[in-house]
Design a protein around this ligand. Structure first.
Ligand SMILES: [Zn+2]
Length: 261
């Protein structure tokens, strides 16, 4: 099983115990999503010494204080790492009052251009900004030419076709396990099987409210996804594995051993 979006850097997990717990849960692949260059560096170091662990490079829309040409240079250099599989998480976040929409758009566009230049897929964060996200993606088709993921998809089934038309994949996390998850479960049901992925967004959004999340919770989430699609669990696991391999071609087959790593 796979977690396509988790954060380890600066989150206070205890390693190696946490990693052992994740592997014991049957989660063999984890993509560490970065929100700043400093966290990307941390994730790169961790991925280097852990089989089945990969990372992304990118700056989150809420972390743009020092974003500029130098930032892009740093991201570009880190992306050359064999374990960097995507640009992300990048996008728009209008959740908090008075978002700097211009700055968010500029950083999103610059990082889409970087993904295009590097031939990498993109992990997109989009919160309360559905229309603007779609508009930017439509204007910059080259930026998602190598595929993109709507991480923690939250816009409801009615918006799925607009993203699908642009070639999106969708990942769902612990929210599908909440008691009031009707909206998220409807999206899972409406999402084509060859476009679904599983994530935790650890340490956030645990399926067990109030707890610190971990990629070790992926099995609980994948079970909900199988239930939502009305298919057996092994079929869901297989579909997610195939989807991940298609979207993140720099990843090695599950369980593959990196020499000297
Ligand atoms: Zn995230």
């Amino acid at each position: 099983m796979i977690d396509v979006h988790a954060h380890f850097a600066g989150e206070g997990y205890e390693f190696p115990a946490e990693w052992e717990k994740i592997r014991a849960a049957g989660v063999k692949t984890v993509i560490l999503a970065s929100d700043t260059p400093a966290h990307a560096k941390w994730h790169a170091e961790f991925a280097k010494t852990h089989n089945g662990c990969y990372f992304t490079v990118g700056v989150h829309p809420s972390e743009l204080e020092n974003f500029g040409r130098e930032t892009l240079e740093t991201l570009r250099a880190m992306a050359a790492d064999e374990k960097c599989v995507a640009v992300g998480e990048i996008g728009l976040d209008y959740h908090y009052p008075d978002p700097d929409k211009r700055a968010q758009r500029a950083a999103f566009e610059a990082q889409l251009a970087l993904a295009e230049e590097l031939s990498l897929p993109v992990e997109i964060h989009s919160r309360d900004a559905c229309a603007d996200t779609l508009a930017i993606l439509r204007e910059h088709r080259g930026g998602t030419a190598h595929g993109f993921l709507m991480h923690c998809y939250s816009y409801g089934a009615e918006n799925l076709p607009d993203f699908l038309e642009l070639g999106a994949y969708f990942s769902f996390g612990g929210v599908v396990c909440f008691k009031n998850a009707r909206r998220a479960v409807e999206s899972v049901r409406a999402c084509p099987l060859d476009r679904i992925l599983s994530e935790t967004d650890s340490p956030y959004l645990s399926p067990f409210r109030g707890e610190k999340n971990s990629p070790a919770n992926i099995p609980v989430i994948v079970e909900k996804l199988a239930e939502g699609k009305g298919i057996p669990l092994p079929a869901m696991i297989e579909a997610i594995g195939a989807n991940a391999a298609r979207l993140f071609p720099k990843m090695l087959p599950e369980g593959a051993f990196l020499q000297n790593k």
